[in-house]
Write a new protein. Sequence first.
Length: 429
Amino acid sequence: MKAFEFEHHVIDTYERFSRSFTNIRAVDLKFEIDKQYDDGRFWPDALLSLNPRFLAGPDVDELVESGDLDEGTGNVFRFGATPLRFHRHQSEAIAKAKSGNSYVVTTGTGSGKSLCFFVPVVDAIIRALRAGKSRKTRAIIIYPMNALANSQLKEIDKFISQSGIPDSLKPIVKRYTGQESREERQKIAANPPDILLTNYMMAELLLTRQDELDAQVIANASGLEFIILDELHTYRGRQGADVAVLVRRLRDRCAPEKAPICIGTSATMASEGTDESRALAVARVATRLFGSEIGPDAVIDESLRRATDDDLKLEQVKGQLATVLGEALPEKLDDDTLKRHPLAVWTELALGLDDGLELKRKKPIPFDEAVTLLAKDSGVEKEQCRKSLEDFLTRVSLPEDERGATVTLHSLLSSCIGSSPGPATSLLR
């Protein structure tokens, strides 16, 4: 899908719909209303955010070789013969879980936060089953919305189903959110899944509703090892207090003797202040939600690297922008071309990254602001900048076989348009 074309189509369609109810005859009034529509008063400008490149960590085979992951886990998290390479923050999360510590992952959108908890959970399950322990619910993952639970169920099932490990070692993942029939709930109660995906309302009902099926589902989680809250930032105010009490009930009912590992994820927990102050703020919130001490050292943030040439600075490419904006994009935007292409360098440094002592993501900005900035830096007329930037972002967001670039730069410079090859895309992001 070409996102910019789709956005223009949606807005044009909605404008025709909203204007179809009136026929304005007064010339002056029609002129003013047309002007309001042309100025975009009735819909906000689209926000532009770029997915950065993350520092790489070990791949799954390396963690298996070092003993940090079970061989079966190595077979789960791979694409055929190709082992999955983790980002640094993902490998840090795996290490935290292996040491038995709770943690919070605060990396940005598209950073693969789900793997930060699915990998250690799957590994713990496979190790337990290999040791001859009986199946029980070892992890409960709580989502704020059923759509997230549904999506993640499909993605983790893709990894597990293609692993080729014996059925006796395959983790079983089930959803219990209120969408299931009574027959499905009976099967879950009779055959406990290793991982239970639910939402906070259903988790509350499981603990409080006087129903034999619910009671059995909770009984199956005796000795619970992981409690995971996805999208921590949604739990604030009264809802946050309710979820904090829910977690304490789960711990008291399912893990009274040994505290479970508590894991939280969020891309927007804290955005102001220094790294230290943000980590402290996140740690305080997580401690209150989980009822377990989580220090700032247990807050895992992302580590970034540039996708374009490190030797090229923003000021160096500004003088070349007018030339490249007046030319068509190269027919084949391969890896080497993108690394040194002036518009690629400008896009990454002006829109995507704060290039200070450490690389940090920039906040999303309205697309019109990005166009204005490009016009200012290049000296090129604004409408030409808009068209060129739309064309460029659309091209670099296309799959590899459609633009001739490598997957690496495809994933690095993709904007909100991007798609990515391979199964389990949302988990990787």
